[in-house]
Design a protein around this ligand. Structure first.
Ligand code: 5AD
Length: 414
């Protein structure tokens, strides 16, 4: 979604818009929505209520909505009925038409709606306004075929389709020429990259091609599904100089066998995950097993979610939805366990020197900068703004649970 937003911003800049920080002052406001959990939708309706008041004072303001939530027919029906002041609605499959849709709205005087159910196309070379100069997301595939029973993504992002490797390499090369040193390869299910290509190719093969790009220092990817996590990929990760030592493997589909294999091949791998609490029918015993997984794997960190009922998914019609108080209590217990383990696991790097990519000046203290290690941990250390985008070596002095305080020992690239 963040990458899509960069494309939306890029398109708007190309047609002459200038970014305005203050939402109330803007002539055009666009929300790129998420719908993975119901509260994301609720937030959008809340924002729209507020914007409606602003628009009453400033009738020329245009309001656009796009992204995953718009792929749900009930949402669009609701907007058509109760949110008539929205000007433009489109979905996930036709971002490339954004400029045209804005023009259509300006020429007509009606709500413009353009939602595609699915697509087999990939449109290349969209403009994009990158948030960071030194790192960038790169889409390698779109959509998902897994249909996990709770998950709405396959319904709103369509079927799996992979970008041509040549297009991916070309994009990364031009990003590198523009100063990018780290890429995050993006896909709902990156491990099944390449299956739908005319000349099929594996994700591991793609990684090897990307590794060859001169000037590129770091490669990350997100998100993996264990079903397609091949031995070949583990081997490539173990051999690679550039692939970061971090694997985000949502445990709602985890496997001991695969975890052990990757830990053996890449001993200092950092493992992170997603966990859902309160899936219909979850008993206290089931929940204890979730805690058990957390204790056994000892995750570096985990995103924890309360199960959200998404209309249209198989799990939504299951009886035995778990009562809210029970879910909340389990969620709190899980979070405590995750946080205390993560503090212990993260602290093992204390006093070591790690290479980090400096991402920003620290939000709270501008004498500090913030760098990201290969294993995805952050370290704050004294440094100037001109370090942003550089790879430097930092000694990790104190562990603060999820992050470190440290001191720079050497700068690698000037
Ligand atoms: N309820 C709660 N969490 C969900 N996720 C996906 N669908 C749901 C749902 N219906 C979580 C999963 C996934 C992450 C992106 O969001 O953990 O990995």
């Amino acid at each position: 979604n963040a990458r899509d937003s960069e494309k939306l911003t890029g398109i708007l800049e190309q047609i002459g818009y200038v970014e305005e920080e203050e939402e109330n002052q803007a002539d055009f406001v666009i929300y790129n929505t998420c719908t993975v959990r119901e509260n994301a939708n609720q937030k959008v309706y809340g924002h729209l209520g507020q914007l409606n008041r602003v628009k009453k004072k400033n009738p020329h303001m245009l309001i656009g909505l796009c992204g995953c939530m718009m792929q749900e027919p009930e949402v669009v029906e609701k907007l058509k009925k109760s949110y008539r002041f929205v000007d433009l609605i489109f979905g996930t499959h036709n971002i490339f038409k954004f400029a045209e849709l804005v023009a259509t709205r300006l020429e007509s005087d009606r709500m413009v709606i353009d939602i595609w159910k699915d697509t087999d196309k990939i449109v290349e070379d969209l403009p994009s306004e990158r948030k960071f100069s030194f790192k960038s997301g790169v889409n390698i595939m779109f959509g998902c075929n897994n249909f996990c029973s709770y998950c709405i993504v396959p319904y709103v992002r369509g079927r799996e389709r992979s970008r041509n490797p040549k297009d991916i390499i070309r994009e990364i090369e031009s990003l590198v020429a523009d100063g990018v040193v780290e890429v995050m390869l993006l896909g709902q299910n990156v491990n099944s990259y390449g299956k739908t290509l005319e000349e099929p190719m594996t994700f591991a093969q793609l990684l090897q091609e990307i590794e060859k790009i001169e000037g590129l220092e770091r490669i990350r990817f997100m998100t993996s599904h264990p079903k397609d996590l091949s031995d070949e990929l583990i081997e490539v990760m173990a051999q690679s100089q550039k692939i970061c030592k971090h694997l985000h493997l949502p445990v709602q589909s985890g496997s001991t066998r695969i975890l052990e294999k990757i830990k053996a091949a890449v001993p200092d791998i950092s493992l992170t995950t997603d966990i859902i609490v309160g899936f219909p029918g979850e008993t206290e015993e089931d929940f204890q097993e979730t805690l058990d997984v957390v204790r056994k794997v000892r995750y570096d960190s985990a995103f924890t979610f309360i199960y959200s009922k998404r209309t249209g998914t198989p799990a939504a019609v299951l009886e035995e939805q778990v009562p809210e108080e029970i879910v909340k209590d389990r969620f709190d217990r899980l979070l405590k366990e995750v946080q205390s383990i993560s503090a212990e696991v993260c602290s093992v790097h204390t006093k070591t020197v790690q290479r980090v990519l400096v991402e920003s000046v620290n939000d709270h203290d501008d004498s500090l900068v913030t760098g990201r290690m290969s294993n995805n941990l952050l370290v704050h250390f004294p440094g100037e703004k001109d370090l942003v985008g550089k790879l430097v070596d930092v000694r990790l002095d104190t562990c603060k649970g999820f992050y470190y305080l440290g001191e720079m020992v050497a700068s690698i690239r000037v």
